[in-house]
Design a protein around this ligand. Sequence first.
Ligand code: GLP
Length: 243
Amino acid sequence: MRIISVKDYQEMSRAAASLIAAQVLGKPDSVLGLATGSSPIGAYQKLIEWHKAGALDFSACSTANLDEYVGLTKDNDQSYAYFMRQNLFDHINIPAERLNIPDGTNPNAAAECARYDKVIEELGGIDLQLLGIGRNGHIGFNEPADVFVRGTNCVQLTESTIDANKRFFAREEDVPRQAYTMGIGAIMLARKVVMVASGEDKADAIRATVQGDITPYVPASILQLHRDFVLVADEAALSKLDK
Ligand code: GLP
């Protein structure tokens, strides 16, 4: 594990974007595993800026997003498909047919999870997986559980996650209770994993991820076993680590 310690959100975003840019420059047909949430938005803005300046070409890339709410259509402004268009895809040049995200409108969970696993397999796995982290240590929407789930799965969101994500919805009742998420297997098989974390409310999760026991009750803790895991975090997010 490598920890890149930065001052604040802005520096975190620039450092994470630099890692992604290096990946794309080194391998133009990279498969990028992408994340939603407020943590990666700044990195996406940097990538857009560099693309618009002519420094980054994504035309040969493919993407696989981590997760999607069950029941939301791609046009719902709270769906992760919509988020990705707004925050990245509409502003760079990855061909639409190579953008992959679980389909929240498929009511058949088993079929959708199997389809998405096949998508990832056919892409040849993920070159660089970008991750945020939930306050309870979740990655993607892999919530704390008795076991690490390998494949794409349909999860019941925890109260902690519903509470954290309600700020994006008009009412708490509107927050979907289920999501499809890429499993821990695909994340661990990604050739490089970059996690971004900013702010004090992530400090406990970061401590448990980096220095705690490896346990499915803190899904991100398994990243201690990943051979190329880079954590880009600011001082506040790192503030609870033992020196
Ligand atoms: C959601 C997403 C995660 C994200 C987490 C934290 O639960 N499914 O992928 O990491 O939120 O979001 P934020 O970065 O806004 O704190």
